[in-house]
Ligand binder design. Structure first.
Ligand code: NAI
Length: 249
């Protein structure tokens, strides 16, 4: 099995930040595996990516909250690309907002299962493949500034994203001896379908409190993820980088 070349698995790659991450990585010579629950849109992402010299991108359906689905994703990666991924980006995420006193067990479980358990499953399988192939790697998790500050109506989401930070720092300590780095990005308010449901009145109030006075773009997060994925961040592990326009600094 050839282990040369740059191959990235990006969960949540069918939309928003994940799609922009795939585009940034492909621009910088990575082949991408666009991994998402939504295969149709994952294929759309892989179709628009800049083609690399050493091969093509792929799209794979995965439910990150399901262990056997994640195992099957990594088996397909090796089968299709003849190498394990040396970069893994955990971008898949959901919200199921509601006030604590009304929140159902299902709402809580769904968010924690995708955002936190999904990050655990993807990171574990991705790292196992890197270790088995004896290749260095970079794993990036996407948390949220809400994991740091909390937010009304988002106890489930804030808990899952705070969990991602603790998870990333622990994984960074365990995996350093294998030359696998783990870092996390905390976006603020980024223009994607995820925040499309936030009422405009709330959004303009939020924007007023952002020092840079605007929402971020998916590309602005993707550039930071590419930096963490690349050798330019070779001495960074366990770091948490905020991409928030200065919100809640
Ligand atoms: P998005 O809704 O545009 O994209 C999320 C993607 O995750 C979708 O393609 C969806 O199909 C996929 N997905 C959902 N459940 C999945 C599952 N079980 N298995 C595999 N894929 C699944 O959202 P966006 O904004 O691009 O979010 C990306 C990440 O960034 C998420 O983790 C989100 O929590 C985080 N984030 C987003 C912020 C924002 O303002 N948009 C702010 C802070 C963090």
């Amino acid at each position: 099995m050839s282990i040369t070349g740059k191959l990235a698995v990006v969960t949540g790659g069918a939309s928003g930040i994940g799609r922009a991450v795939c585009q940034a990585l492909a621009r910088n010579g990575f082949r991408c595996v666009v991994a998402d629950l939504n295969l149709e849109d994952a294929k759309k992402t892989s179709d628009i990516l800049e083609k690399t010299a050493d091969g093509k991108h792929s799209a794979v359906e995965v439910d990150v909250s399901n262990g056997s689905s994640v195992a099957s994703l990594f088996a397909k990666v090796k089968e299709f690309h003849s190498m394990p991924a040396n970069v893994v980006v955990n971008c898949a995420g959901i919200t199921r907002d509601g006030f604590l006193l009304d929140m159902s067990e299902t709402q809580f479980d769904q968010v924690v299962n995708v955002n936190l358990k999904g990050t655990f499953l993807i990171t574990k399988h991705g790292a196992q493949e890197m270790i088995a192939a004896q290749i260095p790697g970079s794993i990036v998790t996407i948390s949220s500034v809400i994991g740091k500050t909390g937010n009304i109506g988002q106890t489930n989401y804030a808990a899952s994203k705070a969990g991602v930070v603790g998870f990333t720092k622990s994984a960074a300590q365990e995996l350093a001896k294998f030359n696998i780095r783990c870092n996390s990005v905390l976006p603020g308010f980024i223009d994607t379908p995820m925040i499309a449901t936030v009422p405009e009145k709330v959004m303009s109030k939020v924007e007023g409190s952002i020092p840079l006075r605007r929402r971020g773009t998916p590309d602005e997060v993707a550039e930071v993820v590419h930096f963490l994925a690349s050798e330019n961040s070779s001495y960074m592990t366990g770091s948490i980088i905020e991409v928030t326009g200065g919100l809640f600094m």
